[in-house]
Design a protein around this ligand. Structure first.
Ligand code: HPA
Length: 269
C-alpha cells in the first residue's frame, strides 16, 4: 500500500511544477471553482498509476494543479464514493497521495440532506464534526505510518478555519449554518425513520461522502475544512421524494455562495 502511494506521488511530482500545500476536493456545489483555477495543468485519473477511475456520471475524473488567486493548489475533480463499489483504501487513496505531495490543508464540499429543523434547502452548513456510519473504516488494517494506530479525532474539522470561514461569511453577508455531518454508505437516501434516528443521534445533515477522506486526512496530519450544501430535508413533516436531479439542482443554486466562501478562505488560510 505505502509503496503504491509513494509510486503515485513520485509520478505526480515528476509532472508538477508547483508545490501546493492546499488541496480541494471539488464535491457537489464546488464544481465551478475549477473554472477559476489559473495556470492550470491537468492530469486525468486514468493516466495516474493506481488511481481509481470515477464511475458516476457528471463526476469527470482529473487532478487539476494551478493557482486559485495567489495560492498554489491541487484540486480533485471527481471523487470516489464507497457506494460505487470502491474499497475504503481506494476511496481515500488520493488523500494519502496528497500527504506524500506535501499537502497541509484539505477543503471539501458535499451535498447533504438536512435533519436539523432550522435548516432550509439551499443552506450552507459548515461542518463542525462528523459521525462515521460507514460499514468499513478507512484505517482498518495495518497502520500506515503517516500517523498513530489510534488517531485523535477531537478536532477533525479545524476550528481556526471554521472561525475564518464564519468571518468571511459575515463580511459577505452570506448566511451559514453549522452542524454535524453523518456519513453513510448510501446509495439509498434515508427513510423518514433513518433521518429521525440520525438526528436523534446528533446529526444535522447526512450524506454519502467526505467522512472517509476526512478520517484519513486527520490520520495524515492534514487540516480539514468542509461545507455541506443542504439539498433536501430529512425533517419530519417536510420529507418529500428526493432524486439525484433535485439534489444537483439545489446544489447548483447554492454554488455561488459556496464558491465565494471557499475561494476567499483558501486565499486567507
Ligand atoms: N441523504 C444522503 N445523501 C444525500 C442526501 C440525503 O438526504 N442529500 C444529498 N445527499
Amino acid at each position: 500500500m505505502l509503496e503504491r502511494i509513494q509510486e503515485t506521488a513520485a509520478f505526480l511530482k515528476g509532472k508538477m511544477h508547483t508545490q501546493p500545500e492546499t488541496a480541494i476536493i471539488l464535491g457537489t456545489g464546488l464544481g465551478s471553482l475549477a473554472n477559476e483555477i489559473t495556470e492550470k495543468y491537468e492530469i486525468a485519473y486514468q493516466d495516474i498509476p493506481y488511481f481509481p477511475l470515477s464511475t458516476v456520471e457528471g463526476h469527470s475524473g482529473k487532478l487539476i494543479f494551478g493557482k486559485l488567486g495567489q495560492k498554489d493548489i491541487m484540486a480533485m475533480q471527481g471523487r470516489f464514493h464507497y457506494y460505487e463499489g470502491y474499497t475504503m483504501q481506494q476511496v481515500t487513496f488520493p488523500v494519502r497521495v496528497m500527504r506524500e505531495l506535501g499537502i497541509k490543508t484539505l477543503f471539501v464540499s458535499n451535498a447533504a440532506g438536512g435533519m436539523n429543523p432550522a435548516f432550509s434547502i439551499g443552506d450552507l452548513m459548515i461542518i463542525t464534526d462528523h459521525i462515521n456510519f460507514f460499514p468499513e473504516h478507512p484505517l482498518h488494517g495495518k497502520n500506515i505510518p503517516y500517523g498513530p494506530r489510534f488517531p485523535d479525532m477531537s478536532e477533525a474539522y479545524d476550528r481556526e478555519l471554521i472561525r475564518k470561514a464564519d468571518k468571511i461569511a459575515a463580511e459577505k453577508g452570506i448566511g451559514v449554518q453549522h452542524g454535524v455531518y453523518v456519513g453513510t454508505q448510501g446509495p439509498t437516501f434515508e427513510t423518514p425513520a433513518e433521518y429521525r434516528m440520525y438526528h436523534i443521534l446528533g446529526g444535522d445533515a447526512v450524506g454519502m461522502s467526505t467522512v472517509p477522506e476526512v478520517i484519513v486526512a486527520n490520520h495524515c496530519g492534514i487540516k480539514v475544512f468542509g461545507i455541506s450544501v443542504i439539498t433536501d430535508l430529512g425533517v419530519e413533516g417536510k420529507i418529500v421524494e428526493v432524486s439525484h436531479e433535485e439534489v444537483q439542482k439545489a446544489a447548483d443554486a447554492a454554488q455561488p455562495k459556496m464558491t465565494e466562501i471557499m475561494r476567499e478562505l483558501i486565499n486567507r488560510a
